[in-house]
Design a protein around this ligand. Structure first.
Ligand code: ASP
Length: 337
């Protein structure tokens, strides 16, 4: 069997940084450091071609346009490679992974995102282990989706969330099993992995930023704050509710303003501040009014997947009514129907 050829896209993140007087910042010669590491493992690794972004970024600077760029770069090189590894900062990796999963639907090869908590240039870095394993996963025939590899876990990209600031176990997927766990070997959960599609169904629209606003309920949040955000005329609002999808219902003004916004074409979706479980509006009376106001429950999707999915659906040019419907359709394994 010929050696697999992986496209390695370096977008930025701690993995390629070094300590400076101002804190961690991208290091100038990442390609050489990478080659030094990977050449040592040459025999058991696939071949790779590095596509290095001119200006590597801290992923906290990423915007939907950056998601679009990465999606299009993968699509443009799709036929040249057997799989892809995307090196990315951890802070917004889950958002980019979710967006890529909506752009690259029906994948027939692996797209594996990884990075590290400690720069490659530093001793005790977690970068070598993450990078080498990500390359191995990208060369496997088992994976046909966008996934995050981090510290021995392979997670569905649109189910993952960053759970730790500094632990090497930076990611988890609270509502979905890990796709693989690695020890001395790689053990895939074949039940959990997406099946290989018959044909790719890529959607690479222009991610001209539509305004998708999160509103997080906190005890005592004045209804006028919600109104001020709705006055910004967002395309969609993600209501970060309590528990099963509950909001304060003693003040009728809140539900009234949601109802008006919904009638005016704003897509309103409800997720939970609790990472595990499925939103079920109306389990409690304190959530019941939201259905009447036209709010759509976000099932068991992560906040990152919800945010990226709304951007994607609006980028496709869909009307608010169609966005509401498509939002609840499972596009890429992001929700349990
Ligand atoms: N701030 C960094 C980033 O997201 C953190 C990391 O890479 O771990 O780019």
């Amino acid at each position: 069997m010929s050696r697999k050829h992986i496209g390695l896209i370096y977008t930025g993140g701690t993995v390629g940084m070094r300590q400076t007087a101002q804190g961690y910042a991208p290091m100038p010669d990442f390609a050489t450091a990478l080659a030094r590491l990977l050449d040592d493992h040459d025999n058991n690794l696939p071949r790779y071609t590095l596509h290095e972004y001119d200006t590597p970024i801290d992923s906290s600077n990423a915007t939907p346009e950056d998601w679009q760029r990465i999606g299009r770069d993968i699509a443009a090189r799709y036929d040249d490679h057997d799989g892809f590894v995307i090196l990315h900062g951890t802070d917004t990796m889950a958002y980019t992974a979710a967006a890529l999963s909506f752009m690259l639907q029906g994948l027939r090869k692996p797209v594996i995102m990884t990075g590290s908590q400690i720069p490659l240039s530093t001793q005790q870095s977690d970068a070598p282990q993450n990078l080498i394993a990500a390359l191995q996963v990208a060369a496997s025939d088992a994976v046909n989706e966008v996934a995050i590899y981090f510290n021995r876990r392979l997670l569905r990209g649109n189910r993952a969330t960053k759970v730790s600031i500094a632990s090497l176990d930076a990611f988890d997927s609270p509502n979905y099993p890990w796709l693989a766990e690695t020890g001395s070997d790689m053990r895939f959960d074949t039940q959990a992995l997406l099946a290989r599609a018959d044909k790719e169904r890529f959607e690479l629209p222009e991610y001209t930023q539509h305004l998708v606003l999160p509103i997080r309920f906190v005890p005592g949040l004045p209804a006028r704050v919600v109104q001020a955000m709705l006055d910004l005329k967002p395309a969609a609002v993600v209501l970060q509710c309590y528990g099963a999808g509950n909001v304060p219902d003693r003040d009728p003004a809140l539900l009234e303003m949601l109802k008006r916004a919904n009638a005016g074409g704003v897509v309103l979706v409800a997720c939970s501040q609790s990472p595990q479980g499925k939103v079920s509006i109306g389990t409690y009376a304190a959530g019941a009014g939201m259905t009447a106001a036209g709010v759509v429950g976000a099932s068991d999707m992560t906040f990152e997947a919800i945010f990226a999915k709304l951007h994607h659906l609006f980028a496709l040019g869909l009307s608010p009514d169609v966005v509401r419907k498509e939002f609840l359709r499972n596009l890429s394994g992001e929700l349990t129907e």
